[in-house]
Design a protein around this ligand. Sequence first.
Ligand SMILES: Nc1ncnc2c1ncn2[C@@H]1O[C@H](COP(=O)(O)OP(=O)(O)OP(=O)(O)O)[C@@H](O)[C@H]1O
Length: 279
Amino acid sequence: MSLLELDGLRLQAGARCLIQPLSLRIEAGEQVALIGASGAGKTSLLHALALALAPADGHLRLGGQDAWALSHAARHRLRRQLMLAPQHPPLPPRQRVVTAVLAGLLPGAGLGTSLRMLFSPSADQARVAFDALDRLELGNRLWSRVDQLSGGERQRVALARLLVSRAALWLVDEPLSALDPQRAQRSLAVLQEAARAQQRTLVCSLHQVELARSLFPRVVALREGRLVYDGPSHGLDDALLEALYAGLDDRPPSAADDDAQGGPGDATLSRAVPQAMCR
Ligand SMILES: Nc1ncnc2c1ncn2[C@@H]1O[C@H](COP(=O)(O)OP(=O)(O)OP(=O)(O)O)[C@@H](O)[C@H]1O
């Protein structure tokens, strides 16, 4: 049994198809980079993996459980197995950084423990938050307010929250978008090393294709809501990459559900993964 199993998963928003029927397996402990041009569907897919977006069709099994066949309460419990670090972490502006990081420990914690942790963290809990922040070069911001942080610092707070969490599945949406290239590399290294050491599964969307190719063993690529590559990063050759972004100029596609004509480079992409149409 794989940790994550997607069978014919289709995502839709109103009349718009976000992700065409997609099937994939992700094993426990894997590290997978999710790439594709802006608007390709990376965030939508990550939200579906986080059980935040219900599929219009198909199945998503997490730890063997068919998430959308469960009761609301059971699905809520299942969500404790995962944590999503969004591209723009919605951190309350007046919150202290220490509290924002310790929020990673809340899923599964009792009410009393949660309240104590958030309003009056113990020295041990503050140390846990500090250690995670320190690895991301933010130890000195432990007691800062969130609204005193830059966008890149907030992103790293969201990563620190992941590092302290007990979630088995870490879903990370473009964690490097607000970081300079050196810090981006160092932060990604910390995230990957922690995932390995803590035996977490990591799915991370990235615009930095070279980092995805060089640092992740497996890459999943989307184009206009379609899965166009799923395989080892060394199999993602230049021709495939060119086809992945050809004609898009990294702009959102005009209509992901209107591609019966196929886009540029479809001949190259079709040898990667059979393409399904949105039903
Ligand atoms: N709720 C929605 N209603 C309609 N369209 C949506 C909705 N959510 C996303 N989209 C569209 O679906 C497409 C995929 O969006 P998504 O955010 O998943 O892409 P992305 O690959 O994460 O892009 P980026 O790299 O720019 O963050 C986009 O064209 C977006 O405009």
